[in-house]
Design a protein around this ligand. Structure first.
Ligand code: GTP
Ligand code: MG
Length: 374
């Protein structure tokens, strides 16, 4: 085979495909520089290396920075905080969309269709997830890569499964930080997916600019497990699977949900939630969803609610972090661990009221060596 090729090179010299043996060029980099480069690659990246890498859109450095955010090592976390701080100024240009709905409603299929539409319109998108159970399942989004067939391989999309921290608070905090890194890397539309069954919606709602609820026609709210509170939180609703025999039902569900949403008290954004129908499989109605979100964005940027909301969210995050650190510190305290069981027993024997039991534990905590919870 090799010989044949050589023969071909010699005989078919008129061919435009002929390859002449070139003159060996001296390396533009001297050996010393190459060696230094390889040595440096092996070294740990500095905060500035991370920052510049992220800003230049280097996906591998972005992934490495996310790994630092997710790490439980204090030194990693400290470094991550410095990187995040540098990345913060890029956040205001992006728009964050939270997507929720019961399992099977079609969130991942919708994200594939909607995400590809956004990319065609010139956006770069990051898809993240908040899934507190992911420490066991490793995040549904990972298995979902088949549902996001085109998105998962597209250079303008970045998909990352949920951080696998124990508590919802921990997962949410890390996701917020990952959003900031993605935004600095040039992803201007962030989608955060969460399953609509637990408290994770509230966490996602507190980190996005637009909260989208995916619904199905023909299944009552109760059947879909969607609580009134979640409907109240949403800025828009989409009835998915509006295709085939389901189309007419979806149309009438749209009218019903529009009416239901009008009954809720007006949102602080001054926006009246809209309802659209779409088929994520047939990719119909996706444009309408885009228009809905775009007009919301224009509305909140004009009336400045966009900034007010982000500031409110920052304050919420600050308090959430304090609560989480204090609570972890309390529960991990050896004195507390040693007296909790007996205190609960005394309470259950009616020797202490729940309030008194709490006071016993708090007194023990506050009088101990807990001056510096960090
Ligand atoms: N007919 C129809 N089927 C759809 C549509 N969207 C999603 N599906 C199907 O519904 C099933 C569930 O879709 P997923 O996208 O995995 O749903 P999900 O909400 O991400 O589910 P979880 O990740 O388990 O919470 C799949 O079999 C999809 O093919 C649609 O618009 N029309
Ligand atoms: Mg999914």
């Amino acid at each position: 085979m090799h010989q044949e090729k050589e023969k071909g090179e010699n005989t078919h010299f008129e061919s435009t495909l002929k390859v002449n043996k070139g003159v060996e060029q001296p390396s533009v980099l001297n050996d010393n520089a190459i060696r230094k480069f390889h040595e440096r690659k092996r070294e740990e990246l500095s905060v500035n290396d991370y920052f510049e890498g992220i800003l230049s859109g280097n996906r591998s450095i972005l992934s490495k920075a996310i790994t630092l955010v997710e790490s439980s090592l204090p030194s990693h976390y400290e470094k991550a905080q410095q990187i995040i701080e540098k990345c913060m100024p890029w956040s205001s240009k992006s728009f964050r969309i939270g997507i929720t709905g019961v399992p099977g409603v079609g969130k991942s299929t919708f994200i594939e269709a909607f995400g590809m539409d956004l990319i065609e319109k010139g956006h770069k998108i990051a898809v993240l997830a908040v899934d507190p159970s992911s420490s066991i399942s490793k995040g549904s989004i990972l298995g979902d890569k088949t549902r996001m067939e085109h998105l998962s391989v597209h250079p303008d999309a970045f998909i990352r499964p949920s951080p696998s921290a124990g508590s919802l608070g921990g997962v949410a905090r890390k996701t917020r930080e990952i959003i900031i890194l993605c935004e600095a890397a040039g992803f201007d539309r962030i989608m955060v997916e969460t399953v609509g069954v637990g408290q994770s919606e509230t966490a996602v709602h507190s980190m996005v600019d637009f909260f989208l609820l995916l619904m199905l026609a023909g299944a009552g709210d109760e059947l879909q497990g969607i609580k009134r509170g979640i409907m109240e939180m949403c800025d828009g609703m989409v009835i998915n699977k509006a295709d085939g025999e389901n189309l007419n039902q979806a149309k009438s569900a749209r009218v019903q949900y529009l009416r239901a949403l009008h009954l809720f008290p007006p949102a602080p954004s001054g926006w009246i939630p809209k309802v659209e129908i779409c088929s994520s499989v047939e990719k119909t109605g996706i444009d309408k969803v885009y228009e809905m979100i775009l007009s919301y964005e224009q509305h909140v940027r004009n009336n400045k609610y966009f900034d007010t909301n982000r500031k409110t969210q920052q304050k919420y995050q600050m308090y959430e972090t304090i609560n989480q650190i204090l609570s972890d510190n309390f529960h991990n305290n050896p004195v507390i661990q040693s007296i909790t069981k007996s205190t609960i027993e005394r309470m259950q024997e009616n020797l202490l009221t729940p309030y008194q039991a709490a006071q016993v534990l708090l007194d023990a905590y506050l009088s101990g060596s807990n001056k510096n919870p960090l």
